[in-house]
Design a protein around this ligand. Structure first.
Ligand SMILES: Nc1ncnc2c1ncn2[C@@H]1O[C@H](COP(=O)(O)OP(=O)(O)OP(=O)(O)O)[C@@H](O)[C@H]1O
Length: 250
């Protein structure tokens, strides 16, 4: 059974239908990407999955359980998810555990054990402003991960990073997902990013502002193991996937 099922979700704002009968599944332990052009409604779907927006029609199921319109069931990281500037990195990342009632020292201990894995060794006592953009992003990811290890919902998590850092972050993220068996749905408008990260890409198309509601027009499966993604973006295979995705995008 799929971990996440989005079934026939329709969302309108005022007279504008943004999403029309959108359905997708994310299998257990897989990284899925939701790819579509700017303004098509990806963030709207993200909000529906996170329980922050109730759809007009349709359902969201996690492990078969209906979580439609119920926030707090999945860890999510928003596009501009900022760390609290007045807290150290360790206090920032251990926050989800503290909010859940874990005593502060224990929460700091648990989070501290993961700093190394998340490429943040030695940064626990530093302030967010002292870290590079990539490191801050990893800290925000660790915070989401500590909220819920099992399913992560990420909206454009790497879009603010330069191309070099982004490439490193992709490799690192796939390593973490592999190691922890994390299931993830990543929203992006960057085709190359989707191809590098995803086991499956769900392609969304539409122009709600011009009166064309968005739908999922197809999916592209990437069979290549995550551990074998180095250099993937230079291969013929990558280009073939990209051609098919571009066709779906129209
Ligand atoms: N709360 C809202 N009220 C009214 N209209 C909204 C609301 N949220 C989103 N929209 C509209 O819905 C459409 C889809 O927006 P959304 O942010 O979901 O797109 P997106 O694909 O995530 O775009 P981007 O990639 O640029 O972030 C846009 O036309 C937007 O103006």
């Amino acid at each position: 059974m799929a971990r996440l099922q989005v079934e026939d979700v329709t969302v309108s704002f005022g007279g504008m239908t943004v999403l029309d009968d959108v359905s997708l599944d994310v299998e257990s332990g897989k990284v899925a990407c939701l790819l579509g052009p700017s303004g098509c409604g990806k963030t709207t779907l993200f909000h529906v999955v996170a329980g922050l927006t109730a759809p007009d029609r349709g359902r969201v199921l996690l492990d078969g359980r209906d979580i439609t319109g119920v926030p707090g069931q999945l860890a999510y990281m928003l596009q501009k998810d900022l760390l609290l500037p007045e807290k150290t990195i360790l206090d920032n990342v251990s926050l989800p555990l503290v909010l859940r009632g874990v005593p502060r020292a224990e929460a700091r201990g648990q989070a501290g054990e993961l700093l190394d894995t998340f490429g943040l060794a030695g940064t626990g006592d530093r302030w967010p402003s002292e870290l590079s953009g990539g490191m801050r992003q990893r800290a925000a990811l660790l915070r989401s991960y500590l909220f819920s290890q099992e399913f992560m919902l990420l909206d454009e998590p790497f879009s603010a990073l330069d191309a070099f850092t982004k490439g490193d972050m992709h490799t690192w993220f796939l390593g973490v997902a592999e190691r922890f068996g994390t299931t993830a749905l990543v929203v992006t408008h960057d085709i190359d990013e989707a191809l590098e990260l995803a086991d499956e890409i769900h392609v969304m198309r539409g122009a709600p502002q011009s009166g064309v509601p968005s739908r999922i027009v197809g999916a592209e499966r990437i069979e290549r193991p995550r551990t074998d993604r180095a250099g993937f973006s230079l291969s013929e295979e990558f280009l073939e996937h990209k051609r098919r995705v571009l066709e779906l995008l129209g």
